[in-house]
Write a protein that binds this ligand. Structure first.
Ligand code: PCA
Length: 326
C-alpha cells in the first residue's frame, strides 16, 4: 500500500470507530430532589426522566435522587450552579433571603388558590428565567405544592393560641410567620420532619396535606387547619453549560419532556390535594376549617409580610406584583 492509500484507510477506520462511539455515547445526569420517592413531585420527576430516556433512545440518562439523599434541600441550588449536579429540584421559597422574588409564592394569601398560583407563576417566570440565567442556570419547570394549612397538637381558635408553640419552619417566610404569631421557629427540612416530631423538637408547622401525609404527621399531631394560605412551588433547574453540551435533538427532548412535566405536575398537585386530605382523615387527623378570628389573624400576618417583602424586593418586587395583579 502506498502512503496515501494507507492514510485514507486509516482515516475511514477512525471515522467508523468514531461513529460507533458517538452512537453509543451516553450522557448521565444526576437529579437531586429533597422529597420522598412516593411524593407527587418526585413521581413527576421520575416520569420526566423516563420520557427523556425514551425520546433520546437512552442517550441521556437522568437519575432522580429522592429524599435529599444526594444533597440536602438548601444545597441543591448551589450544586446545580456549580455543576456537581446537572439538574435538580428546589423549593423556590427556600432562597428568599438570596433574592426576594424567589419567595413571592411563599407569602401568605398573595396567591392562595390554584388559579391565582398559576397566574403568579406566569408573572414570576420571566424574573426567574433572568435571575437563573445570570447564575448560569435555566428553569425547566415549576409546580405548586397543595395549599398550606396549620398542623397543631391542640385545637386553636385564633393566632394567639400559637404563642410559645415550637414551630417548624421550612423557609424564611414560614419562620417569619412564627415570629409574628409569637411561636418559636425551628428550621427543619421535610426529610428530617418525621424525626423532629418524634423527638418533640417541633409541635406545629404549616404545610400541605401532601407533606403531612408523607411524614406521617398524624402519628404526632391531630389537627390540620385548612387555611389555604399559599402554594409554594418546586422548581426544576438545570446547569446551563450541561444543557448546552447536549446535541440539538437531546436538548429538544429535555425541553419537551419538561413542558409536559409542568402541565402534568400542576394537574397532579390539584388532584392529589383532595386525596392527601382524605388519607390524613383516614389516619386520624381532624381537618378543621379555620374560625373567622384565625382567618383574620392569619390575613393580618399576610398583610404585614407583603409589606415587608415589598420593602426588601424594591422596584423588581413591585413590578412582579403589578404584573401578577394585571
Ligand atoms: N411541603 C414542603 C414545602 C411545602 C409543602 O407543602 C415542606 O413542608 O417542606
Amino acid at each position: 500500500m502506498k502512503r496515501r492509500q494507507l492514510s485514507k484507510a486509516l482515516i475511514s477506520t477512525l471515522f467508523a470507530l468514531g461513529g460507533i462511539a458517538s452512537a453509543q455515547a451516553q450522557t448521565k445526569w444526576d437529579l437531586p430532589a429533597a422529597y420522598p420517592a412516593n411524593n407527587f413531585h418526585t413521581e413527576n420527576l421520575v416520569q420526566f426522566a423516563n420520557d427523556v430516556d425514551k425520546a433520546t433512545a437512552g442517550k441521556l440518562k437522568i437519575t432522580v435522587h429522592a429524599n435529599a439523599s444526594l444533597f440536602k434541600a438548601p444545597e441543591i441550588k448551589r450544586a446545580v450552579q456549580g455543576g456537581q449536579a446537572q439538574i435538580g429540584e428546589i423549593l423556590l421559597a427556600n432562597f428568599q433571603n438570596e433574592w426576594q422574588i424567589f419567595g413571592a409564592d411563599g407569602l401568605p394569601f398573595l396567591a392562595d388558590s390554584y388559579e391565582e398560583s398559576i397566574k403568579l407563576y406566569k408573572a414570576q417566570r420571566p424574573f426567574l428565567d433572568k435571575k437563573l440565567a445570570e447564575q448560569g442556570m435555566m428553569l425547566l419547570y415549576a409546580v405548586a405544592w397543595p395549599p398550606q394549612g396549620i398542623y397543631v397538637k391542640k385545637p386553636i381558635s385564633s393566632a394567639a393560641d400559637l404563642k410559645g408553640v415550637k414551630w417548624r419552619a421550612y423557609s424564611p417566610s414560614t419562620a417569619r410567620i412564627a415570629e409574628l404569631v409569637g411561636a418559636q421557629p425551628v428550621t427543619v427540612q421535610a426529610a428530617e420532619l418525621s424525626q423532629a416530631m418524634a423527638t418533640g423538637v417541633i409541635e406545629s408547622y404549616m404545610s400541605s396535606g401532601s407533606t403531612g401525609y408523607d411524614t406521617k404527621t398524624y402519628e404526632h399531631i391531630k389537627y390540620w387547619y385548612d387555611t389555604q394560605a399559599w402554594l409554594p412551588k418546586n422548581a426544576v433547574i438545570m446547569n446551563k453549560a450541561a444543557f448546552e453540551a447536549l446535541d440539538a435533538a437531546t436538548k429538544q427532548a429535555v425541553l419537551k419532556a419538561g413542558a409536559e412535566a409542568d402541565a402534568r405536575g400542576w394537574k397532579l398537585s390539584q388532584a392529589k390535594n383532595g386525596e392527601y386530605i382524605e388519607l390524613l382523615k383516614k389516619n386520624g387527623m381532624n381537618i378543621v376549617a379555620p374560625s373567622a378570628q384565625l382567618k383574620a389573624d392569619m390575613k393580618k400576618v399576610g398583610d404585614t409580610m407583603l409589606k415587608e417583602w415589598l420593602d426588601k424586593a424594591g422596584p423588581e418586587g413591585k413590578a412582579l406584583i403589578d404584573a401578577y395583579k394585571k
